[in-house]
Write a new protein. Structure first.
Length: 168
């Protein structure tokens, strides 16, 4: 899964978000999505823009909310997962048993995120080492004698760099 939306700065040439709110088209453009995508999240109950007939006006609270939705999607959360968080944040859950259940689920997510951070850090180390090995190889390739270094040496160095991190 790959959701890679990058929001533009909050100021629009025709005014700021806080001055007047945004139309669905402006809101969608800000997030690099289509108006259809924005309507999809509205249909799912995750966005609630101000409505005036068919016209929608998005304000700062919807910007923050949509940023959280997109972040959750990038991290692999389902819409139901995201809704569960919003339900708690917005005080829609007050049953103590349900709050405990969600708290326990959220703690499981927190633990999983910590593990993912460790995995990302290790992968970053691996990839940095591999880039270094490749750079060294390319520098040797650019030698004046025109002789390319032995590719098997590159493969061996690559494997050694990779194996170094397997034990961590």
């Amino acid at each position: 899964m790959s959701v890679t939306h990058t929001a533009k700065p909050l100021a629009e040439p025709s005014g700021t978000l806080t001055d007047r709110g945004w139309t669905i088209r402006e809101f969608a453009e800000h997030f690099g999505v289509t108006p259809r995508t924005v309507r999809f999240y509205e249909d799912k109950g995750l966005l609630s823009p101000e409505r005036n007939g068919q016209a929608r006006t998005f304000h700062a609270s919807e910007v923050i909310r949509f940023e959280r939705i997109l972040r959750g999607k990038r991290l692999g959360f389902s819409l139901d997962d995201i809704r569960a968080v919003f339900d708690v944040l917005e005080g829609r859950i007050d049953d103590p048993r349900e709050l405990r259940r969600r708290r326990d689920n959220f703690q499981t997510v927190i633990d999983g995120l910590a593990e993912r951070r460790r995995d990302v850090a290790l992968l970053e180390q691996d990839m940095t080492e591999i880039v270094s090995v490749i750079n060294d190889h390319l520098l040797q390739t650019d030698q004046p004698d025109g002789q390319a270094p032995d590719v098997s040496r590159l493969a061996a160095r690559y494997q050694a760099a990779f194996n170094k991190h397997l034990s961590t």
